[in-house]
Design a protein around this ligand. Structure first.
Ligand code: SAH
Length: 215
C-alpha cells in the first residue's frame, strides 16, 4: 500500500480511538473482544486491510457478524474511517493498528472465526519469505487464534503459487479456488487493490482453505 505522508496521522488515530472505532492497544482486548462487541456473534478479521473498503462493506452487509480490520501503518489505517458514510453507524466494526507478527498477544485461542487476506505484500525475495502473510510463520499463528476458514485473494501469481504450497504443506484443506474470480456470477465485495488490478485486466486468484481437522 502506497503510504502518503499523511499529516498528523497519529493525532487523528487518537481522535478515532476516543470514539472507539480505532483500537490502538489491541493487547488490552486479548480474550475480551466479544465483550467489546457486546454480543455473541462471530468475529472475522482482515489482516493487512489497507484503507478498509472491503471490511467496511462486509460490516455494512452483515450486521450479525463482527469485523476487525488490521493494518500496520497508521498513515494507511487513518484512511479507513472515511469509508463509513456520514450518519452511518457500524457497531460491528473496529480497526486495529498493529502488525500481524503480534497476533498471539492480541487474541486468545479460537477467538477469531474467519480470516481474510487480500492482496498481501508479495515479498518476492526468497530471504523475505517469512514476511509473507501466508508463510508457515503466520499460518502457525492463525491456527492458534482461529480454527475457521481463511480466504485469500491476490493478483500476484508468484505469491498465489507460494500460498497454495504453504497451505498444502501446513495441512489445510482447499474448500474453493478460482484462477479468475471475477468471471463468477457473484456479487463480490472487492478491495481497493482488487479494483485497481482487475481494471488493468489482471485475473484475480482466490482460495478458501480450512485447517484439516485431525481425528
Ligand atoms: N487489503 C487491501 C490492502 C492490500 S496492500 C487491499 O486489498 O486493497 C497490503 C497491506 O497489508 C498494506 O497496507 C500493508 O501495510 C499491510 N500489511 C502488510 N504486512 C502486514 C502485517 N504484518 N500486519 C498488518 N498489516 C500488514
Amino acid at each position: 500500500m502506497r503510504r502518503r505522508n499523511v499529516k498528523h496521522a497519529h493525532e487523528r488515530i487518537l481522535e478515532q480511538e476516543q470514539i472507539g472505532l480505532i483500537i490502538t492497544k489491541p493487547e488490552q482486548y486479548k480474550g475480551l473482544w466479544q465483550k467489546l462487541f457486546n454480543n455473541d456473534n462471530p468475529i472475522y478479521i482482515e489482516i493487512g486491510m489497507g484503507k478498509g473498503k472491503f471490511i467496511t462493506e462486509l460490516a455494512r452487509r452483515n450486521p450479525n457478524i463482527n469485523y476487525l480490520g488490521m493494518e500496520k501503518y497508521e498513515s494507511v489505517l487513518i484512511q479507513a474511517p472515511k469509508k463509513i458514510n456520514e450518519g452511518e453507524v457500524l457497531n460491528n466494526l473496529h480497526f486495529i493498528c498493529a502488525d500481524a507478527e503480534h497476533l498471539l498477544d492480541m487474541f486468545e485461542k479460537d477467538e477469531i472465526k474467519k480470516i481474510y487476506l487480500n492482496f498481501s505484500d508479495p515479498w518476492p525475495k526468497h530471504r523475505h519469505e517469512k514476511r509473507r502473510l501466508t508463510s508457515s510463520n503466520f499460518l502457525d499463528k492463525y491456527n492458534q487464534i482461529s480454527k475457521g476458514e481463511i480466504e485469500f485473494k491476490t493478483d500476484n501469481r508468484g505469491l498465489f503459487e507460494f500460498s497454495l504450497i504453504s497451505f498444502n504443506q501446513n495441512n489445510y484443506d482447499f474448500l474453493d479456488l478460482s484462477l479468475d474470480l471475477h468471471t463468477r456470477e457473484e456479487d463480490i465485495v472487492t478491495t481497493e487493490y482488487e479494483d485497481r488490478f482487475s481494471s488493468m485486466g489482471n485475473p484475480i486468484y482466490f482460495i478458501k482453505v480450512k485447517k484439516h481437522e485431525r481425528n
